[in-house]
Design a protein around this ligand. Structure first.
Ligand SMILES: Cc1cc2nc3c(=O)[nH]c(=O)nc-3n(C[C@H](O)[C@H](O)[C@H](O)COP(=O)(O)O)c2cc1C
Length: 324
């Protein structure tokens, strides 16, 4: 398999707002080979130097390449934002043309751009022109089932200078429900020469392999499958590259991963916020373990960092002793 953007893996961690922050990227990077995205960065906010947005885009301290994703609706704002993101250490830039969230689409951004190809083209061209970095685009099957246009959209991206594209096989109207349509990814792959990454419902090495077989895509992107499972991306890479099947992850390793992430969240967000954010991770990491519901109920009522660590230690150590 040739590399898509010069990185040594064609497995991509999906950009996820509220998830793919520095602590999560660091964790996934420590578990295996994967290409990592930032959370989406609003072009108007970064141009205003909004401190929170600036921080999301600042990947200079990270030792691995990070693809920084931009979202917005105005080509000139993209030019500015692209330069700033490059200064802040982006390895390459991605443009979000797939986000279904109302606040984003009402602002003519995200998947709303699939209904306005001329504007989308201008945005891609302006971003490509602004820096020497490669620019990719992530989009969906279409706006809804009556306006499926991923193939045309992909051709437009290619003509506008995109280096590669990611196709999520759902329409905007579907949100995250239903099953991703991998056939649309196959159709896109047939229609363009630039590399195509397939996205939607990859949750295991088997589903990754199946998507690649069915679509002939050049790479896979994994979103929700990585929640509570930072090992998955590396496992998919090892399987696709070397046919190595994933080994079982022990409860002790899950505990260590969670504690590592919590610790990095403390450095990044401060103790109070780290504990609040960790609640969702605690749910994901304990998903298949015994008495998880009870543990989550206890954890939700914890606000203090030391107490949080103690609770995690106690719960996972008990599960580690053989009765998970
Ligand atoms: C919590 C969450 C946040 C997301 N945020 C973004 C985002 O910022 N940018 C983006 O392009 N897609 C975003 N997505 C979509 C994912 O990148 C991905 O396309 C989608 O989850 C489908 O892949 P999956 O089936 O592997 O989860 C988000 C998805 C989730 C679940």
């Amino acid at each position: 398999m040739d590399s898509i953007i010069g990185l040594k893996s064609n497995v991509f961690l999906a950009p996820m707002a509220g998830i793919t922050d520095y602590p999560f990227r660091k964790l996934v990077a420590s578990k295996g080979k994967a290409n990592l995205y930032s959370e989406m960065v609003a072009v108007n906010a970064i141009n205003r130097k909004n401190p929170k947005t600036y921080r999301i885009a600042d990947v200079r301290q990270e030792p691995y390449p990070v693809i920084v994703q931009l979202v917005g609706n105005d080509a000139s704002l993209f030019s500015e934002a692209a330069k700033l993101a490059a200064d802040l250490g982006a390895y390459s830039l991605d443009i979000n043309m797939g986000c279904p969230v109302r606040k984003i689409v009402n602002n003519e951004s995200g998947s709303a751009l699939m209904k306005d190809m001329p504007r989308a083209a201008k945005i891609i061209e302006a971003t490509v022109k602004a820096t020497p970095l490669k620019v990719s685009v992530k989009f969906r099957k279409g706006w809804d089932n009556n306006s499926v246009n991923a193939v045309e959209f992909a051709k437009m991206c290619e003509e506008s200078g995109a280096s590669f594209i990611t196709v999520h096989g759902r329409t905007r109207a579907q949100g995250y429900s239903g099953v991703a349509d991998w056939d649309i990814i196959r159709q896109v792959k047939e229609a363009v020469k630039i590399p195509v990454i397939g996205n939607g419902d990859v949750v295991s090495v088997e589903t990754a392999e199946k998507l690649l077989k069915q679509t002939n895509a050049d790479g896979v992107m994994v979103g929700r499958g990585s929640l509570g499972n930072p090992w998955l991306l590396g496992q998919i890479h090892e399987y696709l590259q070397n046919k190595i099947l994933p080994r079982d992850i022990s409860v002790g390793e899950i505990k260590e991963a969670l504690l590592q992430q919590l610790n990095d969240m403390v450095s990044f967000y401060g103790k109070e916020m780290a504990v609040a954010i960790s609640r969702k991770y605690v749910c994901w990491y304990s998903k298949n373990l015994r008495d998880a519901k009870k543990f989550r109920e206890i954890y939700t009522r914890i606000y203090d960092y030391d107490e949080a660590v103690k609770a995690i230690e106690a719960y996972f150590s008990k599960r580690e002793q053989g009765d998970e």
